[in-house]
Design a protein around this ligand. Structure first.
Ligand code: ADP
Ligand code: MG
Length: 397
């Protein structure tokens, strides 16, 4: 178990500068923040720190500036938005490792927050440069990790800084992630149903293997299912298939036996733009030139049936090309079935950036036990049980 922010009493926090790694990598459109859930998600940690009389110094990355300052990727608009949603003064200073930032951290008044400029303006961030870690570590008297989605990266602010600055603890977001994911790794109540989909099968095979030993059902949809169908010798037309993963898919099919469930029908079209002409076919009737872009209605009811009565669920990867309404029904059906299972007392976790967006769009995110904010990080933690950014934190005493 890792030491948590919650375990630090107000007495240990009062007056101290808490250097918090947050994930404010928000979607920007012409300099405007399109969606601010990554900012609002950090409010509980920040409010706790402010209430305790600590002085939060926040650091984050935004986009891929490539180790140089890029005004289009400044965190300045984030500072403004944070000030509005937190209802506290937010000072904003760059560069993150400069003397002005250090002075600002020391002059910060109780009740105020300091946000540092984009970490990835600095060449040493991605290289985990020791000299940069030393300079950043001066900005705090303790370290709080609240950027779960970045914890699989061995970057300076994620690994180098907490190795130098103690106590180094998990913030509220990271704590919630670890608790939910640890529960999936250990005491899963049966029936345990895993739903896998999306596109990047290569990244997800390790995780499927890890779950294969313990899950009662593994339901496979999305583009991932196409690779499995092809591995079984079916003709998948022009569907997205990962040829490099066919061997692995064959092995998993053998090991999984009946527990691995593939679609029986799919929604096909000539292209993703051709939603109007979409039709439902059995998986052995996909024509040459057609793409399978969603699971069909029989598969939706079969998957919903498997989720009904489940006690534990993990879902990663949309069931189709859900960005287009014509191919979003399968994903929506799984989201609704998960919410229903939770109403019946199941413990259900969703991981993956696109899957998380799909459950928000279906309006059921708040009904689920946990929606992970970290796509790649969540999958890696579930498969391996460790992450560089988590390993770097102090053990609970
Ligand atoms: P997550 O972010 O939840 O881990 P992925 O990134 O692996 O999920 O996959 C999401 C992407 O997969 C989406 O952009 C979706 O459109 C795409 N996708 C899902 N099913 C299909 C399909 N049958 N054909 C093409 N793309 C698909
Ligand atoms: Mg994705």
């Amino acid at each position: 178990m890792k030491r948590t922010l919650r375990s630090l009493g107000f007495a240990e926090l009062r007056g101290r500068r808490a250097l918090v790694r947050v994930d404010y990598n928000v979607p920007l459109e012409e300099g405007e923040i399109r969606e601010d859930s990554r900012i609002t998600a950090t409010l509980p940690t920040l409010r706790y720190l402010l209430e305790a009389g600590a002085r939060p110094v926040l650091m984050s990355h935004l986009g891929r500036p490539g180790g140089h300052p890029d005004p289009a990727l400044s965190l300045a608009p984030v500072a403004e938005r944070l000030e509005r949603v937190l209802e506290a003064t937010v000072r904003f200073v760059g560069p993150a490792d400069g003397e002005a930032a250090l002075a600002a951290s020391r002059e910060l008044e109780t009740g105020e927050v300091l946000l540092l400029e984009n970490l990835r303006f600095l060449a040493g961030e991605k290289k985990n440069d020791p000299a940069l870690a030393d300079r950043l570590a001066r900005l705090g008297d303790l370290y709080v990790e609240d950027a779960f989605g970045a914890c699989h990266r061995a970057h300076c602010s994620i690994v180098g800084v907490p190795r130098r600055l103690h106590p180094a603890v998990a913030g509220f977001l990271v704590q919630a992630e670890l608790e939910a994911l640890d529960r999936l790794r250990s005491d899963t109540e049966s029936p345990f149903v895993v739903v896998m989909g999306g596109a990047k099968i290569g990244d997800k095979i390790g995780l499927m293997e890890a779950f294969l030993g313990r899950a009662d059902h593994i339901l496979v949809g999305g583009a991932m299912a196409n690779t499995f169908l092809r591995a079984r010798g079916l003709d998948t037309g022009a569907s997205l298939v990962e040829d490099d993963a066919l061997d692995e898919a064959r092995k998993l099919t053998e090991r999984g036996g009946d527990r691995l469930e593939l679609p029986s029908d799919v929604v096909v079209a000539a292209s993703p733009e051709d939603g109007e002409a979409a039709r439902v076919v059995a998986v052995d009737a996909i024509d040459e030139g057609e793409m399978a872009l969603d699971i069909g209605p029989s598969t939706r009811s079969a998957f919903a049936g498997a989720l009904e009565g489940s006690r534990t669920v993990f879902w990663n990867g949309p069931m189709g090309l859900f960005e287009k309404p014509a191919f979003a029904e399968g994903t929506r059906a799984v989201a609704l079935a998960l919410a229903e299972a939770c109403r019946d007392g199941a413990f259900a976790v969703v991981g993956g950036g696109d899957s998380a967006r799909a459950v928000r769009e279906a309006g059921v995110a708040s009904e689920l036990s946990h929606v992970s904010t970290g796509g790649g990080a969540a999958l890696e933690y579930l498969a391996d049980g460790s992450l560089p950014g988590v390993d770097a934190l102090d053990e609970a005493p």
